[in-house]
Design a protein around this ligand. Structure first.
Ligand SMILES: [Zn+2]
Ligand SMILES: [Zn+2]
Ligand SMILES: [Zn+2]
Ligand SMILES: [Zn+2]
Ligand SMILES: [Zn+2]
Ligand SMILES: [Zn+2]
Ligand SMILES: [Zn+2]
Ligand SMILES: [Zn+2]
Length: 748
C-alpha cells in the first residue's frame, strides 16, 4: 500500500469544500448573474477576473475523477475546525495552482479583509498579526465599542470540551439529605425517613387515618418494595452508565473571568484568621455588617447577577449572564468591580434594551440609568459626587476614581464607620427597636463577618447528594461508592467525584436508586444530554439532574401518588385517572398486555414491575418529546435554528446569543415556571455545550417534537434523538462519506 504523495494533510485544506448539487447549481447561477451584471461589465479587469474564475470553477467541477463522486465550490475563507467538520474539505492537488494563477492577476490591489457587520468597517488582515488579534483590536476600538460589545464572543473558536466530559455535577438544587442505599442486600427495610413520609401521606389520603390502616398501607408497600429491590439488584446496569454520568464541564473554560486578577487571591482567605486585623485606631462601637452586605446584594440583584454555590470550593459565587462572567465572592471586590465596569454596564444595557419583557428596577435600562443606579449605591455608602469627583463624607476624604471608590467602600476603616452610622440612624429613627436578626453577628471585621455567613449547609449540598458522599467531620468526607474517606479541602472531594473509578462506582448506585423510586433516566429528544422522569406520577415530571430527581421522589406530590395507588389497591376507592396514567384501564395493562383479577394485583404491577415502569417511561418520553430548555422551563417555549437563533413562541422574541436567551428565560415575566436560580448556572453550561452541537449539525428545531437535521436536510427518524441521529450511518454519510471514500482511493 502506498500513499498518494499528492494528498494534502486535512489541516492544510482551506480552499475547497463540497456541498450538495442543488447548492452548487444555485451558486453557479448566482455567479453567472454577478459576472453578467452591468456594473461588473463596466470594470474590465474585474470582469475578466471573474470570467476566469468561473471558467476555473467549471473546469474543476466537470473534471472526471476516478472513484470519487463529489461536487466542488470555492470558498476563500479559512475554515475553522467546526466548519471543516461540517463540510469536509477535500484535497485536490491541482486546484491551489490554478487559484494561485488567478489570484496573482489582481494581487497588486487585492487585500483580504473581514468586515464587521456591526459597523461596516473593513478589518485588514496581514501575516504579522494573528486573525483573532486583529479582530479583538477592532472589537475594543472606539469605532466599535458603542455598539453591541457582546457580539465579539461570537467569533471566538468554539470551546472544546474535555473528552471525558459527560454531564455536569449539578449546580445547586436544594433538597434534604439523601437516603442511604445498600444495593448488595436483596431485601431491605424501608428507610425510616421514607416510612414516616409515607405514613403521613397515607394518613392524608386513606379513607380513615387510623393506625391500623396506615400500617396496612405501609406493609403493602413494603412487600412491593422488597420484590422491586430484589429485582433491581439483579439488573446489570453496566450498559447504562452513560445515562447517569455527570457532564463535567470546566467552569474556567466556559465563562469569562479575570483569572489573572482573581488567581492572585487566596481562595481560602475568608478562613484565614490572620487577615485584616481590626483597625486599632478606631473606637469599636457596634459593628453589624448585615445591612451593608444587604446593600451590596441588592445592587447585584438589580444588575441581574445570580448568586450560587461554587462546586469546586463550596463558597458563594456570582454569575453575570449578560457578560458570561463568573467570580467567587471573595470580599465582594471582584464582583463590585465587575458591575461598575464599562463593559458590563454596556452589555447589560444592550440586552435589557432589546428585551422589553425583562423588568428592570430603573425602568429605562440605558447605560446612564445603570450608572445612576451605581451612583445611588455609592451614595448609600456615603460617597457622593461633587464638582471635583468623588468624596466620602464618613472618612472625610476625596477619592480619585470609580475603581478607587470600590476599594474605599470595602476598606475596613470605612466599613467600621458605616456600620456605626447605620446603627445610630436606626436607633435615632426608632429607639425601641431591637437588632434585627439579619444584621448578623456583632463585633467582627468584614473578613471575619463574611467567613461567618453565606456558607451553604451540608445537607443542601447537591454535589454531596448527587455523588453519595457522606459528610463526616470538619475536614473529612466519606464516599459510600468507593468506601473511602476523603480528607482535606473541598477540592479533594471535587477531584474525587470526577475520577473514573468513582464514576464507575457511582453509576449503578444512581441507577438503582432511580429504579427503586419508580424513576428512569432518559436522553433529550432535541438536545444533547440526559434528564430524568418519574414513571408513576400523573403529571409529566421531568428534571435535568439526579439531585432534582431525588428532590422529586422525596416530595409530597410523589408520596401522594404512592398513597393514592395504595388506596386504590386496599379500598374499593379506585382512582381511575391515576391508574390510566399508569396505563391500567379496566383491570388491563395497556403496555404489558396483562389482565388482573383485582386492583390490588393491578397496583402491585404498577409499583412493582420494572418492565412495566420502563414501558410507561418510554410512552411518557415519546409523548413529551422535548429539549433541554423544555425540561428546565417545564414546558415548550423556544424554537431554534442551528444553535444560533432562538425564538420565544410566547412573546415572539428572537435571541441570537446564549446571553440574551438565558436572560429572557430567567427574567422574562411571561413564563409560568422558571428554572430554579440555583440551577441556572448548570443550565448555562449544558446550554453552552448544546449550542456547539446544534450548530455543528445544523439542527433546526422548527416545531416542538420535530427536529430537522440540516446536514441530512431531513427530520430525524422515528426513535432517533439529536444524539443518536449524529451517530447514525445516514448522518455520518452525509457529513463526510465522500472524504472517507477519497481517503480509501488514496490508499490503494
Ligand atoms: Zn465593529
Ligand atoms: Zn456583567
Ligand atoms: Zn469612607
Ligand atoms: Zn467515590
Ligand atoms: Zn413521582
Ligand atoms: Zn404493565
Ligand atoms: Zn418570551
Ligand atoms: Zn443528519
Amino acid at each position: 500500500m502506498t500513499e498518494n504523495s499528492g494528498t494534502t494533510a486535512m489541516e492544510d485544506l482551506t480552499v475547497l469544500s463540497f456541498r450538495k448539487p442543488e447548492e452548487m447549481k444555485r451558486l453557479f447561477k448566482h455567479f453567472r448573474n454577478v459576472v453578467n451584471h452591468p456594473l461588473t461589465r463596466k470594470n474590465k479587469v474585474l470582469h475578466s477576473y471573474l470570467n476566469n474564475l468561473a471558467a476555473t470553477h467549471k473546469k474543476i467541477y466537470l473534471q472526471n475523477r476516478d472513484n470519487v463522486e463529489v461536487e466542488y465550490i470555492f470558498t476563500t475563507e479559512k475554515k475553522s475546525n467546526l466548519q471543516r467538520q461540517r463540510f469536509n474539505s477535500l484535497p485536490v492537488s491541482e486546484v491551489p495552482e490554478l487559484l494561485k494563477a488567478e489570484l496573482l492577476f489582481t494581487s497588486e490591489n487585492a487585500k483580504q479583509v473581514h468586515i464587521c457587520t456591526d459597523c461596516s468597517i473593513e478589518i485588514e488582515l496581514n501575516d504579522e498579526e494573528p486573525l483573532m488579534e486583529s479582530l479583538s483590536k477592532h472589537f475594543n476600538s472606539a469605532a466599535h465599542l458603542p455598539k453591541l460589545k457582546r457580539e465579539s464572543i461570537d467569533v471566538a473558536e468554539p470551546i472544546i470540551l474535555p473528552n471525558l466530559s459527560r454531564r455536569l455535577s449539578a449546580m445547586g438544587e436544594t433538597l434534604p439529605k439523601i437516603k442511604e442505599l445498600s444495593i448488595t442486600k436483596p431485601v431491605e427495610k424501608l428507610e425510616r425517613n421514607f416510612s414516616s413520609r409515607l405514613s403521613s401521606a397515607l394518613m392524608k389520603h386513606l379513607p380513615d387515618a387510623s393506625e391500623a390502616s396506615v400500617d396496612a398501607g405501609l406493609k403493602f408497600y413494603q412487600e412491593i418494595f422488597d420484590k422491586l429491590s430484589a429485582d433491581v439488584s439483579a439488573i446489570d446496569f453496566s450498559a447504562q452508565t452513560s445515562s447517569v454520568a455527570p457532564i463535567i464541564m470546566s467552569i474556567k473554560d466556559n465563562v469569562y473571568q479575570n483569572f489573572a486578577a482573581d488567581a492572585n487571591k487566596n481562595i481560602d482567605n475568608d478562613e484565614n484568621e490572620q487577615t485584616a486585623e481590626k483597625p486599632k485606631s478606631q473606637v469599636k462601637k457596634y459593628r453589624y455588617y448585615g445591612p451593608i452586605e444587604a446593600l451590596i446584594v441588592k445592587l447585584l440583584v438589580n444588575h441581574k447577577l445570580l448568586s450560587l454555590i461554587d462546586d469546586r470550593t463550596g463558597k458563594l459565587a456570582f454569575f453575570c449572564i449578560a457578560c458570561e462572567y463568573y467570580t467567587l465572592r471573595f470580599h465582594y471586590d471582584s464582583v463590585l468591580n465587575h458591575v461598575f465596569s464599562e463593559s458590563h454596564v454596556h452589555n447589560l444595557s444592550c440586552i435589557l434594551q432589546s428585551d422589553k419583557s425583562v423588568p428592570f428596577s430603573m425602568r429605562e435600562p440605558s447605560t446612564e440609568k445603570i450608572k445612576e443606579m451605581n451612583e445611588k449605591f455609592l451614595l448609600s455608602h456615603d460617597i457622593s459626587f461633587n464638582g471635583n469627583g468623588l468624596y466620602c463624607r464618613l472618612c472625610n476624604t476625596s477619592i480619585d476614581s470609580l475603581e478607587a471608590s470600590i476599594l474605599h467602600i470595602l476598606d475596613e476603616k470605612h466599613l467600621a464607620r458605616l456600620s456605626d452610622e447605620l446603627y445610630i440612624r436606626m436607633k435615632e429613627s426608632d429607639p425601641e427597636r431591637s437588632i434585627p436578626e439579619e444584621w448578623g453577628p456583632k463585633d467582627l471585621n468584614w473578613s471575619k463577618y463574611l467567613a461567618s455567613v453565606g456558607k451553604p449547609p451540608n445537607s443542601r449540598d447537591h454535589v454531596i447528594i448527587e455523588n453519595f458522599i457522606k459528610p463526616s467531620g470538619k475536614i473529612g468526607n466519606f464516599c459510600t461508592c468507593c468506601d473511602m474517606t476523603l480528607k482535606g479541602p473541598r477540592q479533594v472531594l471535587f477531584n474525587h467525584i470526577r475520577q473514573k473509578k468513582h464514576l464507575r462506582n457511582a453509576a449503578p448506585r444512581k441507577l438503582s436508586m432511580l429504579y427503586k423510586n419508580h424513576c428512569r433516566p432518559s436522553e433529550y429528544f432535541a438536545s444533547f444530554g440526559n434528564y430524568y422522569i418519574c414513571t408513576i406520577c400523573p403529571d409529566y415530571v421531568a428534571v435535568p439532574s439526579i439531585s432534582a430527581m431525588v428532590e422529586h421522589f422525596e416530595s409530597a406530590s410523589h408520596f401522594e401518588t404512592i398513597s393514592k395507588l395504595i388506596r386504590s389497591a386496599l379500598y374499593n376507592d379506585i382512582d381511575k385517572d391515576l391508574l390510566s396514567s399508569n396505563k391500567v384501564i379496566d383491570l388491563k395493562c395497556q403496555v404489558c398486555d396483562l389482565t388482573f383479577q383485582d386492583y390490588n394485583e393491578a397496583v402491585k404491577h404498577i409499583l412493582g414491575s420494572i418492565e412495566h415502569q420502563t414501558a410507561v417511561a418510554e410512552a411518557k418520553i415519546n409523548a413529551n418529546k422535548g429539549d433541554i430548555i423544555s425540561v428546565y422551563m417545564k414546558g415548550n417555549h423556544i424554537l431554534h435554528s442551528e444553535g444560533s437563533t432562538f425564538t420565544c413562541v410566547g412573546c415572539k422574541g428572537v435571541f441570537n446569543s446564549i446571553r440574551s436567551l438565558l436572560t429572557h428565560l430567567v427574567y422574562a415575566e411571561h413564563f409560568q415556571e422558571k428554572p430554579a436560580i440555583e440551577s441556572v448556572f448548570r443550565f448555562y453550561l449544558e446550554l453552552k455545550h448544546n449550542l456547539n452541537m446544534l450548530m455543528r449539525n445544523k439542527y433546526v428545531y422548527y416545531q416542538f417534537g420535530c427536529l430537522k437535521c440540516g446536514v441530512c436536510d431531513a427530520d430525524v427518524e422515528e426513535g432517533e434523538t439529536a444524539k443518536r441521529h449524529v451517530v447514525s450511518a445516514r448522518h455520518r454519510e452525509n457529513m463526510g462519506a465522500s472524504y472517507i471514500c477519497l481517503d480509501a482511493s488514496a490508499v490503494e
